[in-house]
Design a protein around this ligand. Structure first.
Ligand code: 16G
Length: 250
């Protein structure tokens, strides 16, 4: 049963400077925040909403489309639009691995190796890793999922000299950080990470199952050992509709 339009149908403010599309979006966001719409509840049809709110179906469609891209709603072809699960809150406090983050949330993590190779350090990467240009670098590209939901594509770079033969490990099955620690004795103690919003590439849309219009959160992380030596440089693309990064400020 779709939700009745009641949760959403207070009249829109026609005199407001806030465009109708934004007013409808805010209406849905408030209804979810206040529990008038609950997770996985089906929204009224576009037709019902346009009649209840006195706007065209195109306006309703635009508002719902934006909420799908933001991750507030999800759409199932032929079945309608539903309230999505809350976003994953990823605290940026400690240096943790993807496996640790997912396990800490009580979920099952999975990895798929999309590409792995040893290549000569490209000119732009050599100084980041602190290795001579052209020296061997391991490049590992993985899709990481939690409870079967694809969440992030990670591309890690590590000097091969630090972890010779690492690609003989099945990195779809084992944690990269665990292998670096346990097999190669590399401690990972600190990291510097940048985050920016970006348009996804065609591959990211496909592999991450991104709804139309959804951005990715691109991170670049340099991870160091206790001596300040760079161990890993990783670029990741997180689903913008599923992740919320939180920081504690004191
Ligand atoms: C985190 C790291 C990534 C690292 C991965 C290892 C970011 C923002 N985070 O996701 O650099 O490669 O953990 O995970 O890039 P694993 O030990 O579970 O394989």
């Amino acid at each position: 049963m779709p939700a009745s339009t009641n949760a959403l149908d207070a009249p829109l403010d026609r005199d407001s400077d806030v465009p109708m599309v934004d007013q409808i979006q805010n209406r849905v966001i408030d209804a979810v925040a206040e529990g008038r719409l609950v997770h996985h509840e089906r929204l009224p049809s576009e037709r019902a909403l346009s009649a209840a709110l006195g706007v065209s179906r195109l306006t309703v469609q635009a508002a719902l489309g934006r909420l799908v891209a933001k991750g507030t709603l999800y759409a199932l072809r032929g079945r309608g639009t539903f309230v999505a699960d809350p976003k994953i809150e990823q605290p940026l406090r400690e240096l943790t691995s993807f496996s640790q983050d997912v396990t800490a949330r009580g979920q099952q993590q999975a990895s798929e190796v999309l590409d792995q190779r040893v290549l000569p350090a490209p000119i732009e990467l050599a100084p980041v890793l602190g290795v001579p240009e052209g020296s061997e670098v391991v490049r590992l590209k993985r899709l990481r999922s939690a409870d079967g939901e694809p969440l992030v594509i990670e591309v890690s770079h590590i000097s091969h000299a630090l972890c010779p033969g690492i690609l003989s490990h099945d990195l779809a099955k084992v944690s990269l950080y665990a292998v670096l620690r346990e097999t190669y004795g590399l401690s990972l103690t600190s990291a510097r990470q940048s985050i920016e919003a970006d348009q996804p590439t065609a591959e990211e849309i496909r592999v991450l199952h991104l709804p139309t219009g959804t951005p990715v959160l691109r991170t670049a992380r340099v991870t160091l050992n206790a001596e300040g030596q760079v161990i890993e440089f990783a670029r990741s693309a997180y689903r913008g509709d599923r992740y919320q990064l939180t920081v504690d400020l004191h």
